[in-house]
Design a protein around this ligand. Structure first.
Ligand SMILES: [Zn+2]
Length: 184
């Protein structure tokens, strides 16, 4: 007999998932065409309802659940829609309604265009949506200390720090030096 680890805070979980809109049945995302998704539970890597609904599951288990916006990507906020001067965009750059662009403040979608201004919507594209997920747990393991300190998975399916590949185990400074992880 083998005792299986169940999903909890500070476990590394690998899942296959398919997300659909419950109203239409339309699929918006799936891992089934590629590698399963690996993440560290309890470190805000996933939307809150997703983690909550798979708590206690073990390898081989499947769960299906539907999340309200507050448990998924939240409700859209007017405060995240900004009208900016057209001059802020590089000259000659093609700008179309509905286009997704990247900025230092995060990704945004163009929702209105006038001669002098462009309205940018920073709300997550999935905000306000009810989402259904079918999840199959492919693997669960305890996270190690450095993963918990960094707040993400190391190794297959996770972050590959060049410096850690060779000396993570022998170099304890990696556990407190978070510079390798980008901004917090
Ligand atoms: Zn790391």
């Amino acid at each position: 007999m083998k005792i299986l680890t169940t999903i909890d805070v500070n476990t590394v979980v690998t899942v296959h998932y398919t997300g659909t809109f419950p109203d239409s049945g339309e699929m918006f995302d799936t891992s089934r065409q590629g590698d399963p998704l690996t993440f560290l539970v309890g470190h805000r890597q996933m939307i809150p309802g997703f983690e909550r609904e798979i708590m206690g599951a073990k390898t081989g288990e499947s769960r299906s659940f539907t999340l309200e916006p507050e448990d998924a990507y939240g409700h859209p906020s007017d405060a995240l829609v900004q009208e900016v001067p057209r001059s802020m965009f590089p000259e000659g750059m093609p700008i179309d309604l509905g286009m997704m662009l990247m900025s230092d403040a995060g990704p945004f979608r163009i929702v209105a265009i006038t001669d002098s201004t462009i309205k940018c919507d920073f709300n997550p594209p999935m905000s306000g949506k009810i989402l259904h997920f079918d999840v199959e747990v492919v693997g669960v393991r305890a996270a190690d200390e450095s993963e918990i300190a960094h707040g993400h998975v190391h190794g297959p399916g996770g972050v590959q720090h060049d410096s850690e590949k060779t000396n993570e185990d022998s170099n304890p400074s990696c556990k407190i030096d978070k510079s390798c992880c980008g901004s917090d």
